[in-house]
Ligand binder design. Structure first.
Ligand SMILES: [Zn+2]
Length: 220
C-alpha cells in the first residue's frame, strides 16, 4: 500500500494533539493517522512536547494535610488490577477500506450503508456526531465533477478509496485535502470513482502557537 502524499498539516495536527479540533475534524485526522505512519509519529512527538510543557508549569500550593494523606496512601496495599485481556480479534493483515476510528461510526461495509443521492454521480451518508457536528461519507462516480465551489469554513476531505483531482493536486487513499474560503475548486473523481470522508468546520483556531497545547487544560 502506498503512503499518503497529502497530510493535514502542522496546524491541524497540533490542534488534534491539543484536543482543540472537535469531533468532526478529529475524526478526519484520526482516520488519516490510521493510514499515515509519518503523521502518527508527528502526533506522538507533539504529545510528548505537550506533556513536557505541562511539567514546566508551576505547581499549585499543597492543601493543608495533603502530604500526610499522600504518605498514608503509600502505606496502603496496591489496588487489585484486572490482568490485561488479550484482544479477541487479531488486526486484519490487510488494512480495512474503512479503518478505525471511522469504522466505529459507520461500520466497515459501504455496500450496507444507507446512501442518498446528492446530485447525479454523487451519493452521501450523513454521520451524526455529538454536539450537532456532522461528517459525511461521499461516493463519487468515475469522472463525476463537483460544481465549482469554495468554503466559508474549512473543508477536510480524506480519501478512503479511489481518488479525485482538483486545482490542488491528485488525491488518493489516505490523502487529506484541506480547502478554505480562499480556494475555489472543482474536484473531479478518478475513473475508478472516489469514496471520501468529508467535514466542513465553521470556526477553527489555527494559530499554530505552542500555547494552544494548554488551552484544553486551562479550561478545566
Ligand atoms: Zn499524514
Amino acid at each position: 500500500m502506498s503512503l499518503p502524499l497529502h497530510h493535514p498539516g502542522d496546524a491541524l495536527l497540533m490542534d488534534y494533539a491539543g484536543g482543540c479540533l472537535g469531533e468532526a475534524g478529529g475524526l478526519v485526522v484520526a482516520t488519516h493517522l490510521a493510514l499515515c505512519p509519518g503523521c502518527r509519529c508527528a502526533v506522538a512527538e507533539l504529545d510528548a512536547v505537550g506533556g513536557a510543557l505541562l511539567e514546566e508549569l508551576e505547581p499549585d500550593a499543597l492543601a493543608p494535610g495533603a502530604l500526610d494523606r499522600l504518605f498514608a496512601r503509600l502505606d496502603e496495599p496496591p489496588p487489585y488490577e484486572e490482568p490485561p485481556t488479550p484482544p479477541r480479534i487479531a488486526p486484519p493483515a490487510v488494512p480495512s477500506l474503512i479503518p478505525e476510528p471511522l469504522r466505529r461510526y459507520v461500520g466497515g461495509n459501504p455496500a450496507a450503508m444507507r446512501w442518498r443521492m446528492m446530485a447525479p454521480g454523487f451519493q452521501c451518508v450523513d454521520i451524526p456526531l455529538s454536539r450537532g457536528e456532522r461528517a459525511r461519507l461521499i461516493r463519487m462516480k468515475g469522472g463525476a465533477a463537483a460544481p465549482r465551489h469554495s468554503h466559508e469554513g474549512l473543508e477536510l476531505a480524506l480519501v478512503l478509496d479511489g481518488g479525485f483531482s482538483d486545482a490542488l493536486g491528485q488525491f488518493a487513499r489516505g490523502d487529506v485535502a484541506v480547502g478554505d474560503g480562499s480556494i475555489d475548486h472543482k474536484p473531479v473523481a478518478d475513473p475508478e470513482g472516489c469514496l471520501c470522508l468529508s467535514v466542513t468546520l465553521g470556526r477553527l483556531r489555527l494559530t499554530g502557537a505552542v500555547g494552544r497545547f494548554l488551552n484544553p487544560f486551562m479550561r478545566l
